[in-house]
Design a protein around this ligand. Structure first.
Ligand code: FE2
Length: 162
């Protein structure tokens, strides 16, 4: 992928200051080269991704297709000092070719509604905060090489993956 599409790596590094500004974090690129950039393909007829939090702190999606179905669904935790209780804001984001979506994926529960007739393609850029680049040691071995985890903690989480 890197040899055929060097632009994807260039974008990954060049938007880092923007991602840092928008998220108000000290954003860093992934220290895990196997999982820094993915392309996620959702085929027509049920391509989906289950409800999950991301393992990495910040995920940026670069949409490669415009879709009228299969939105990213997000459950955003909200609170305000004027309100007694917190609440959950449900958002549906439809892919628009060329658009960037910046998400703090550890804080927002999300999934992708299944496709029906369309194909959906997204580039997934994984970032971390400088002070917290935690990633479970078995995660990439399991996701990318199918090696069974030696240990899997109770807080194991999913993540966008190819
Ligand atoms: Fe995700």
């Amino acid at each position: 992928m890197r040899e055929k599409l060097p632009e994807l790596t260039a974008v990954y590094h060049s938007i880092l200051p923007l991602v840092s500004l928008v998220t108000l974090t000290d954003t860093v690129v992934s220290p895990y080269p196997v999982s820094d950039i993915n392309i996620k393909a959702y085929p027509p007829g049920g391509g989906t991704l289950g409800l999950h939090y991301d393992t990495n702190g910040i995920t940026v999606l670069l949409f490669l297709t415009t879709n009228s179905e299969a939105p990213l669904r997000m459950q955003v935790q909200r609170s305000h000092p004027s309100k007694k209780d917190s609440w959950v804001e449900n958002r549906k984001i439809y892919a628009k070719k060329g658009a960037l979506l910046i998400m703090q994926g550890r804080k927002v529960l999300h999934d992708s509604e299944p496709t029906v007739n369309e194909q959906k393609l997204s580039v997934v850029y994984n970032y971390y905060e400088r002070h917290d680049t935690y990633r479970h040691e078995d995660f990439d071995n399991f996701v990318y090489y199918g090696r069974p985890p030696k240990t899997l903690g109770d807080n194991a989480r999913g993540e966008d993956r190819p």
